[in-house]
Design a protein around this ligand. Structure first.
Ligand code: CA
Length: 227
C-alpha cells in the first residue's frame, strides 16, 4: 500500500478521506492549506497526493505547478468543478487524474489504484503484452501481431484498462469510472459501443471473440487467445 497526502481544507472531507484510506491500508498524511501541503510533499515524500483544487490560500493549479517543480509524485485532483476546460487545464498543468465531488470512497480508491499502476508501469517503460497484443503507454501506441492499431483516445484507454487486468473480469461500472470518469450516471451502453469499435479494430466480433470476452451480466475480460 501507499503513503498518501490529502490536501483538503474541508475538515469533514479530510477526516473522511483520512479514515477511509487508512482502512484501505494506506498511510495517510493530511494538510489543510496549499502551503502546508507543499511542505508535506517536500518533507514527507508521499507516494501520491490527493489535492483539493479549491484551497483557501493558494490556487489549486498553482499548487500543482509547485509540486511538479519539486518532483514527479502522482497527483489526483478532487474538485467540485467538472467542466471540461477546467479539467483539461488541470491535467495539462501536471495532475495525473481527477475525481469530481461529491465522490464515494471507492471511486477515489479506484483512481488511486489506476494512477499507481500507471505511474509504476510508466517508470519501467515496459509495454503491456497480452498474446500478440502489445500496448506501450508512454507513446500511447498499440499493435496486434506487429501491425499498429489506429485507436481513438477512449479506445486506447479501454484497451489498456482491460490489458492491465488480463484474465480478470472487469465490470462496465469500473470501466466507466476509470476510462470515462463516470461512476454514477454513466451509461453502460457507452462501454458497449466502444467495446464493439475496439473489437472491430482487433479483427474480432462479440459472437467470435478472441481477446475480448463478454461475461454476461458481469462485464468483460481480456484473455490471451494464443495461450
Ligand atoms: Ca476546498
Amino acid at each position: 500500500m501507499s503513503s498518501i497526502l490529502v490536501i483538503e481544507d474541508d475538515a469533514s472531507i479530510r477526516d473522511a478521506l483520512e479514515r477511509g484510506l487508512a482502512e484501505h491500508g494506506h498511510t495517510v498524511m493530511t494538510a489543510a492549506t496549499g502551503v502546508a501541503g507543499l511542505e508535506a510533499v517536500l518533507g514527507e515524500h508521499p507516494d501520491l497526493v490527493l489535492l483539493d483544487l479549491g484551497l483557501p490560500d493558494v490556487d489549486g493549479l498553482t499548487v500543482i505547478g509547485m509540486i511538479r517543480a519539486a518532483g514527479s509524485v502522482p497527483i489526483i485532483v478532487t474538485t467540485a468543478r467538472d467542466d471540461d476546460p477546467t479539467m483539461v487545464r488541470t491535467l495539462d498543468s501536471g495532475a495525473d487524474d481527477y475525481v469530481v465531488k461529491p465522490f464515494r470512497l471507492d471511486q477515489v480508491t479506484a483512481r488511486i489504484r489506476a494512477v499507481m499502476r500507471r505511474t509504476t508501469r510508466a517508470a519501467s517503460a515496459e509495454p503491456v503484452r497480452v498474446g500478440e497484443l502489445v500496448i506501450h503507454e508512454p507513446s500511447r501506441t498499440a499493435s496486434l501481431a506487429g501491425v499498429e492499431l489506429v485507436l481513438a483516445r477512449r479506445e486506447f484507454d479501454l484497451l489498456l484498462a482491460l490489458a492491465t487486468r488480463a484474465g480478470e473480469v472487469v465490470s462496465k461500472r469500473t470501466l466507466l469510472a476509470e476510462v470515462w470518469h463516470q461512476a454514477d450516471g454513466g451509461s453502460e451502453r457507452t462501454v458497449d459501443v466502444h467495446l464493439s469499435w475496439l473489437r472491430r479494430k482487433l479483427g474480432e466480433t462479440a459472437a467470435a471473440p478472441r481477446y475480448l470476452e463478454s461475461v454476461r451480466g458481469v462485464g468483460v475480460r481480456m484473455v490471451d487467445p494464443t495461450a
